[in-house]
Write a protein that binds this ligand. Structure first.
Ligand SMILES: [Zn+2]
Length: 465
C-alpha cells in the first residue's frame, strides 16, 4: 500500500515537472516585490521551483519518519519473537511438570525466565519444577518471590503452606494460611486449612472466628458449622475450667448442648460440669436428652455417678430409666446387659445381649456373653465358645474419623491421623453396626418380660434365665 502510494506520488510529481518545463518554454513573466527585494522570472521557472520545494519537503518528511520509526519497529519485532519463544518454553515446562519430569521442567523454566519479562509466570513453573526435583529451597525461593506480585501472591502462599506442612513447621504454615485468608476469605481450601490448623494448635477462639467467617461466606454449611461450633465451645469450656472460670465453662457447655445435643462429647461435657457444680438432677436430665439422640457407654457411667446409687440391683433400675430414652438402640441393651451382669441377673443380661446381637453378635456382645457365662458358672466350654466367636465377630461401634476412617480409643477433638477437627464419631466401620432387627422379624417376640424396661425382649430366651 505504502509502495503504491509512493509510486503514485512520483508519477504526479513527474507530471507536474513536465508541465512546469512546458510552461517555462512559454513566454510570460512574474514579478514579485517584498520589502525592497524584487524578483523577475518567467512563470514556468517559478512553477518548477515550487514543485521542487514540495518534493524536497515530502522526501524530508519520509526520511524523518523512517529514521524515527525504524529502531522501534526493529525492537518490537525482536521483543515479539522473544516473548513467543518464552511462552513456548513456559508451555513445554508446564507440560513437563504435568508429566512429572522435573529435570526437563527446570530446563524450560530457566529458559523461560531469561526470555519473558513477567517473572511471576515463570516463577510458578520454577517452583513446581523444583518441587518435582525435591529442591525444597528452590521451591521456597520461587514461591516467596511470587508474594511480591499481587496476581500471584495467593498461589505463592498456597505453595508455601504446603511446603511448610511437609517440613513439619506448623507455626509457619499457620502464618501463611492467615495471610492467604486475609487475601481471599471466600476460598474453601483457605478456610478449611486455616480452621484445622488453628484447631490443631488449640487456638479454639481463633478457630471459631474462622468458622463463623466461613459460615457467613457460605464456605461452610450452616448445619456443619453448628456442630463444629458446639465442639469448639466444648474445648473452650475445658479451657475455661482449667483457668478457673467455672461459670464461663458452664455457660459455654450449655450453649454447645443447645447447638448439638447429638454429639456425645457435648452431652458429656455439660453433664460433667453440672455434676461438678452439685446439680446431679440436671446432669441426669442432660444425659437422658443426649442418650435419646446419641447413646454411648461413657454416658452410662456418668449417669450412674450422677444418681449416687451404689447398690447393684438399684443401679439396674437406673440404667433402665436411661435406656427408655432410646429403647431400640444397641447401646441401651448393652448398658442394661452390663448393669444386670453386675447385679448377678444372668438371665436378664443374656436376654439383653441376645436382643442386641440379632443373628450376628459383635465382638462386644460376644465378650459380655463370655463374661456372663463365666460368672454364672455355666461351664468353661460356653465361655470358650463365646471367646472364640468374639475373635471373628463383626467390629463394634468405636470412635472413628469420618474423614480418614482412623480408629481412636477415646474421643478427641482433633483426629490423630488426619488432623481434622470434630470428625470423630461413635460408629461401626462402614455401617451402623448390629442395630436391632425390625420388630416384625420372625423369631423375635415382643416384650412381656422385664417390667418397666420398655425394651423389646425375645420371650423365647426366658427359658435360659
Ligand atoms: Zn482422620
Amino acid at each position: 500500500m505504502t509502495m503504491l502510494r509512493t509510486i503514485i506520488w512520483f508519477v504526479v510529481a513527474i507530471a507536474a515537472m513536465l508541465g512546469a518545463v512546458w510552461l517555462a518554454e512559454r513566454p510570460g513573466s512574474v514579478t514579485a516585490e517584498f520589502r525592497g527585494w524584487r524578483l523577475d522570472t518567467s512563470f514556468g521557472v517559478l512553477m518548477i521551483a515550487v514543485v521542487v520545494l514540495i518534493l524536497i519537503g515530502i522526501a524530508g518528511w519520509l526520511l524523518y519518519r523512517w529514521i524515527v520509526g525504524a529502531p522501534g519497529a526493529l525492537l518490537d519485532g525482536w521483543g515479539e519473537s522473544r516473548r513467543r519463544r518464552g511462552y513456548r518454553e513456559l508451555t513445554q515446562g508446564l507440560a513437563a511438570v504435568a508429566a512429572g519430569d522435573g529435570v526437563e521442567a527446570q530446563k524450560h523454566a530457566r529458559k523461560a525466565e531469561q526470555l519473558l519479562s513477567e517473572p511471576a509466570l515463570t516463577l510458578l513453573l520454577s517452583a513446581q519444577a523444583a518441587q518435582l526435583n525435591g529442591d525444597r529451597d528452590g521451591a521456597r525461593r520461587a514461591f516467596s518471590a511470587m508474594l511480591d506480585d499481587d496476581q500471584m501472591a495467593f498461589l505463592g502462599l498456597r505453595g508455601l503452606i504446603g511446603q511448610s506442612l511437609r517440613d513439619g513447621d506448623q507455626a509457619q504454615a499457620l502464618a501463611y494460611a492467615e495471610r492467604a485468608f486475609r487475601l481471599r476469605p471466600q476460598t474453601p481450601w483457605v478456610v478449611h486449612s486455616l480452621f484445622d490448623m488453628q484447631a490443631q494448635g488449640g487456638q479454639w477462639k481463633a478457630a471459631q472466628e474462622t468458622l463463623e467467617a466461613g459460615i457467613r461466606r457460605k464456605v461452610v454449611t450452616a448445619d456443619k458449622g453448628r456442630t463444629l461450633k458446639a465442639l469448639l465451645e466444648v474445648e473452650r469450656s475445658r479451657e475455661a475450667e482449667r483457668e478457673g472460670r467455672a461459670s464461663d465453662a458452664l455457660a459455654l457447655a450449655r450453649e454447645a448442648f443447645g447447638l448439638a445435643p447429638e454429639r456425645i462429647a457435648v452431652t458429656q461435657r455439660l453433664a460433667e460440669l453440672q455434676l461438678k457444680s452439685g446439680d446431679s438432677k440436671k446432669a441426669m436430665k442432660t444425659i437422658e436428652r443426649g442418650w435419646s439422640v446419641a447413646p454411648h457407654p461413657d454416658l452410662v457411667a456418668l449417669y450412674l455417678e450422677s444418681s449416687g446409687e451404689t447398690e447393684a440391683l438399684k443401679r439396674v433400675g437406673i440404667v433402665r430409666r436411661l435406656a427408655q430414652q432410646n429403647p431400640g438402640d444397641i447401646e441401651s441393651h448393652l448398658a442394661l446387659a452390663q448393669a444386670s451382669l453386675e447385679a448377678g441377673l444372668w438371665g436378664e443380661a443374656r436376654r439383653h445381649l441376645e436382643t442386641a446381637s440379632g443373628t450376628n453378635p459383635s465382638t462386644r456382645v460376644c465378650r459380655l456373653m463370655a463374661e456372663v457365662e463365666e460368672r454364672a458358672h455355666t461351664g468353661p466350654e460356653k465361655v470358650r465358645e463365646w471367646l472364640g466367636r468374639a475373635a471373628d465377630a463383626p467390629a463394634d461401634r468405636a470412635w472413628r474419623c469420618t474423614s480418614c476412617g482412623a480408629h481412636h480409643e477415646a474421643w478427641r477433638p482433633v483426629c490423630e491421623s488426619c488432623g481434622a477437627f470434630g470428625t470423630l464419631q461413635w460408629r461401626a466401620p462402614g455401617t451402623y453396626g448390629q442395630i436391632l432387627p425390625p420388630e416384625a422379624t420372625p423369631g423375635l417376640a415382643l416384650p412381656t418380660s422385664s417390667p418397666g424396661s420398655g425394651l423389646p425382649v425375645p420371650a423365647a430366651n426366658n427359658t435360659t434365665s
